[in-house]
Design a protein around this ligand. Structure first.
Ligand code: GDP
Length: 399
């Protein structure tokens, strides 16, 4: 019997709307290891011929997202051009206690965070007595640090919502019969109350069972606590090598309580920076000796999962390209990431599932064994699909 067709994927909606170019911001108090981590990430960028310069500015860099399937496709198709998925990473300096009131660099950090799709919180669990690196808050206390940073982001959101409320009220006065305006105000007030209780906005979505109506409204405000977050717990190299740190359990508990479901990755920026400097042989030997591995690939790929992003590929002799979409995504919307014409004029998607392609060994073999399939506009793209879109652009062609 053929396998049962998959039903529609039911996933709750999420705040934010990442496009094909995805970005993450590194946040944390000063001296927690943001720049060190950023530099390691920058060093990982393998410049492809299409993007000779990966560093966009000293605090913004592009990192290639590791994907074995992409490598395999390039190996088989031998394309003239290879375009992997990239994650843009921004080192966001200037978040200190009371930054929202203008302390430190004040509000400069804000516009940088607003522009990102996800937040990587760097949490310091290495102590001054072991490393000689001063802690701006006196001593190591990751829960306190997380409280400070989360409160700063939340304060800014509260400020934004408080500004949006009078506008929403004005709309109601202008057109009291419009139900939508009243609903908008209600959503803003609910969001405000939630954050004033000390909770991040992204967790309100499931709690209030918000749908796209509320999400679209809140997305217009680009709120900081709406962005999904991941916690990078930075320990000393010594602790990382022995896989032990006395603060780790507390950080885990903190995340489970305040940020349920979000991922925590222990690593050591010091270790990563050290092995990044080594040549390949020395690096291999060091890793073997200590039985540990670099956490950077995991950090990048998990950062992607955080946003519920999946990849599909277009592949041919000219180009193999990795495209990024948020799951679940139907075929026409996936086509739209390539060009709006593809979405508007969508006819069909010719699809090979990656495992089928890998097993068959080539596109021709997939065609021969029925694994090259035509899918319509209701098709939900699967992670790794290799797709050729057919579309009709005769209707109002746009450049
Ligand atoms: P930022 O202010 O958050 O960007 O922090 P930096 O990356 O500039 O790091 C501040 C200091 O802490 C630097 O001297 C780093 O070498 C040091 N540092 C960062 N990460 C680690 C780590 O994992 N272990 C140790 N021992 N030192 C670290």
């Amino acid at each position: 019997m053929p396998p049962k067709a998959k039903g529609p994927v039911e996933l709750p909606p999420m705040l934010g709307r990442p496009g094909n170019s995805v970005s993450a911001g590194l946040v944390g108090l000063p001296n927690v290891g943001k720049s060190t981590t950023f530099n390691v990430l920058c060093g990982m960028s393998v410049p492809a011929e299409n993007f000779p310069f990966c560093t966009i500015d000293p605090s913004v860099s592009r990192v290639q997202v590791p994907d074995e399937r992409f490598e395999k496709l390039c190996e088989v198709y031998q394309p003239a051009s290879k375009v992997p998925a990239w994650l843009t990473v921004t080192d966001i300096a200037g978040l200190v206690k009371n930054a929202h009131e203008g302390e430190g660099l004040g509000n400069a950090f804000l516009s940088h965070i607003r522009a990102t799709d996800a937040i990587f919180h760097i949490v310091r669990v290495f102590e001054e007595k072991d490393t000689g690196v001063t802690h701006t808050e006196g001593h190591c206390d990751p829960q306190r640090d997380l409280d400070i940073i989360r409160a700063e982001l939340r304060m800014k959101d509260i400020e934004m919502i408080k500004k949006a409320i009078p506008d929403a009220e004005k709309e109601i006065r202008r057109d009291p019969k419009q139900k939508k305006f009243k609903e908008n105000l209600e959503t803003l007030e609910t969001a405000l109350k939630w954050m004033e209780e000390g909770k991040d906005l992204r967790f309100a979505v499931a709690h209030f069972k918000w749908g796209y109506k509320e999400i679209d409204l809140l997305n217009t405000l680009q709120l900081l606590t709406a962005k999904p977050a991941m916690y990078l717990v930075n320990m000393s190299e010594k602790d990382f090598l022995r896989q032990k740190n006395k603060f780790l359990v507390k950080v885990k508990e903190y995340v489970e309580t305040h940020c349920p479901g979000e991922v925590l990755i222990p690593y050591s920026a010091e270790f990563e920076a050290k092995i990044a400097e080594m040549d390949l042989e020395a690096k291999k030997a060091y890793i073997m000796e200590h039985k540990v591995k670099s956490m950077m690939p995991k950090i990048i790929t998990q950062g992607y999962h955080l946003l519920r992003l999946i990849h599909f590929f277009t592949a041919g002799a000219d180009e193999v390209k990795c495209w990024t979409i948020r799951s679940p995504c139907k075929a026409p919307q996936a086509a739209g990431t390539i060009h709006t014409d593809f979405e508007r004029g969508f006819i069909m998607a010719e699809v090979m599932h990656y495992p089928d392609w890998l097993e068959a060994g080539s596109e021709a073999a997939c065609k021969a064994n029925g694994k090259y399939q035509q899918k319509g506009k209701e098709y939900i793209v699967e992670d790794g699909d290799i797709i050729y879109f057919k579309f009709n652009v005769t209707a109002d062609k746009k450049k």
